[in-house]
Design a protein around this ligand. Sequence first.
Ligand code: PLP
Length: 336
Amino acid sequence: MIDFRSDTVTRPTQQMRQTMAEAPVGDDVYGDDPTVNQLQAFAADTLGFEAALFTSSGTQANLLAILSHCERGDEYICGQQAHNYKYEAGGAAVLGSVQPQPLTNQADGTIALADINAAIKQDDFHFAKTRLISLENTIGGKVLPLSYQAEVRKLANERQLALHLDGARVFHAATKQAVPVQEITQHYDSVSICLSKGLGAPVGSLLLGSKELIKKATRLRKMLGGGMRQAGILAAAGKIAFEQMPLRLEEDHQNAALLAQALKALPQLDVTEPQTNIVYAKCLLNKQNDLRDYLLEQGILISAGDPIRFVTHLDIKQEDIITLTNHIKSFYQKYE
Ligand SMILES: Cc1ncc(COP(=O)(O)O)c(C=O)c1O
């Protein structure tokens, strides 16, 4: 199957599997796993943070960040489209009694500074206490401008709020902007990064922050049952993902651009120009489900949804883009 549903579907490379098999390990709950420790130290150093924590998933890393910044009865400001608001089962509210304050995401993925300012609560016992702003970059494949992130940092400083980044795909953003990833992460008090999205590791994310924040997050991770023992087996693949895979993301962006260009030739589709590795196309005939069934018969997987979302990644080659576009063209021929 050629799988365009998400960049989470990648399988570990041969090098990852080999390195996992040979990884030195220890009990990470005791802090004894050398491979986990190496990954955490390397990531913290690379991204300019005091400390890092290896987590089971991006959802867990975001949850630990929110619960480490906030107390019960606090709130975090985020986008309506934010993964940590919309797609993480309300974890911060359910498990931490931390209320989200979602705000409209603008067409470019940002949240208007005026909206953030207006949503920050006064110190009044009627209100939850606003503690944290959480941004996402990339968001829906869109890259947040560097100047915008600097402005939100300034606002957070002025209003004495912490600032978190869901940077599941922050390396995609850095690749698009052709800047070292620290240019982005420097603005934040904490950042979560997924090793298993686009970077190709089978499992795992990282949370980065101050020593104090990571100490809190480590306790919370244990509480959530996320303290893993010989986790170096997983961190070994994560280390390859973190060190090597950002270098090849440009290829995914080029494949996404190639796909968008080919699909734009079809009058039945309204295609949005991709910024990174995600292409959105609206089927103007409302035949997206039929197209999905047709592609499945040809051995191609795409997500359900309107607009249709195609994601390029490590396991998608240029010839797969050509195969996909040829089948989509064949599908629409019957509607000409
Ligand atoms: C932007 C973003 N943040 C966080 C996550 C959560 O990651 P995980 O699926 O590892 O929990 C995802 C998952 O797709 C995501 O797209």
